[in-house]
Every structure is written in structure tokens, then in C-alpha cells.
Write a protein that binds this ligand. Structure first.
Ligand SMILES: CC(C)(COP(=O)(O)OP(=O)(O)OC[C@H]1O[C@@H](n2cnc3c(N)ncnc32)[C@H](O)[C@@H]1OP(=O)(O)O)[C@@H](O)C(=O)NCCC(=O)NCCS
Length: 170
């Protein structure tokens, strides 16, 4: 099956709430889905849209944030600027049709440094169940420690993953 056609673009924080709630943390109230980092300087929210649609079918958030376990990184990687991808989610009925992959490709293209600039570390807390999705796209486990997060009474296991994005042509 060919990947679903979507257009990916920057969106405001208000546009991510519905999908975060429906797909990721249904037990967290709609008015509690946004966090301080969603409004921090440098944070970018992205959404994927079907042709002519006004509501996104996938969302994700890119936050300037250091990797939580610097000791797990090699000395060079530890020094890099870092961006954390947070709360990537595709609406349930369109999962498995290439939208998540397109969101990851857009993210990598957006963050890949210009020629001559320093590499950048893109990292994220992957739901452990989704680690194979990210591995398929070339992302690696950066710290093997599995940990849990609890939101609205729901406990989910995570593992820290990512990769260094090197300048084009480097
Ligand atoms: C995880 C998620 C973002 C992936 O997006 P998606 O649109 O469903 O995935 P895609 O269709 O782009 O998949 C790309 C490839 O990864 C594979 N893949 C997707 N999820 C997978 C998984 N959990 N395990 C193994 N492979 C997986 C697909 O089969 C596809 O392989 P192919 O290129 O060989 O056909 C999406 O399913 C989702 O939102 N899930 C629920 C919320 C969630 O867990 N978000 C992630 C938080 S870390």
C-alpha cells in the first residue's frame, strides 16, 4: 500500500491537544494536555494534514532540551545541542500507513544542521512498544534503562532513543 498523502507543517499548541488526548493520554483531561515546554522558546509543534483538511491527523512537538542521561552518551555527543521530540502520535484509524514515518522524516529534515554547522542530537523517550518503529527508521537506543511514566493513572514503559543529525554533505 502506498503511504498516505499528508502535508506536514508547523501548528500552534492548541492544535495538538485533541490527538494527544485521543491517542496518547486519554485519562488526562483535555485542559491538562499542554505543559510548560509546549510554550518554551524554540519549541515547534508539527502536524500532518490530509489534502484539504483543517484538522491534523498526526502531531509531534520539538523541544530544545538536553538528553536526560548524559553519562550514557559518548564524550562528543554529550557536548552537542539537543532537541527532544515529544508526544508523536498518529490518529488510530490512520496508523500503519506511513504517516509516522513521514513525521519523522520531516523532523529530521527540519533539524538537520546546515553545511558547516555542528551536528545536533535528536532524542526522545520512546514508548517501549514502539521502539521497533524508530529502529526501522535508523534511530538507536541511547540508554538501555527502561523506565515508566504515569499519567492519569496509566503506567507506560519508555526507553530513551535518538540519533546524531549531521550537517548535509558532512
Ligand atoms: C508509533 C506511531 C507514531 C508510528 O506511526 P505510524 O504511522 O503508525 O507508522 P508508519 O506507518 O509510518 O510505520 C513505518 C514503518 O514502521 C513499522 N512500524 C510502525 N509501528 C511499529 C511497531 N510498533 N513495531 C514495529 N514496526 C512498526 C511499520 O510497519 C512501517 O514499516 P515499513 O516501512 O516496512 O512498512 C503511531 O503508530 C502511533 O501514533 N502510535 C500510538 C501512539 C504512540 O505510541 N506514539 C509514539 C510515542 S513514543
Amino acid at each position: 500500500m502506498p503511504p498516505l498523502a499528508v502535508q506536514i507543517r508547523e501548528i500552534p499548541p492548541s492544535a495538538i491537544i485533541a490527538i494527544r488526548h485521543a491517542v496518547l493520554w486519554p485519562n488526562v483531561a483535555l485542559d491538562a494536555q499542554l505543559y510548560e515546554y509546549d510554550f518554551a522558546p524554540g519549541t515547534v509543534h508539527i502536524g500532518a494534514f490530509r489534502p484539504d483538511a483543517s484538522e491534523p491527523v498526526a502531531v509531534g512537538t520539538l523541544v530544545r532540551a538536553a538528553f536526560a542521561r548524559p553519562d550514557a552518551l559518548d564524550a562528543d555527543t554529550r557536548l552537542l545541542e539537543a532537541v527532544q521530540l515529544r508526544k508523536l502520535a498518529v490518529v488510530a484509524q490512520l496508523q500503519g500507513q506511513g504517516v509516522g514515518k513521514a513525521m519523522m522524516a520531516y523532523t529530521a529534515a527540519l533539524l538537520t544542521p546546515a553545511h558547516g554547522d555542528k551536528p545536533l542530537l535528536l532524542h526522545f523517550d520512546a514508548r517501549a512498544a514502539q521502539a521497533p518503529f524508530y529502529e526501522k527508521l535508523g534511530y538507536a537506543v541511547l540508554d538501555p534503562t527502561v523506565f515508566t511514566k504515569t499519567f492519569g493513572g496509566e503506567v507506560v514503559s519508555f526507553i530513551r532513543m535518538g540519533k546524531v543529525l549531521r550537517p548535509a554533505g558532512a
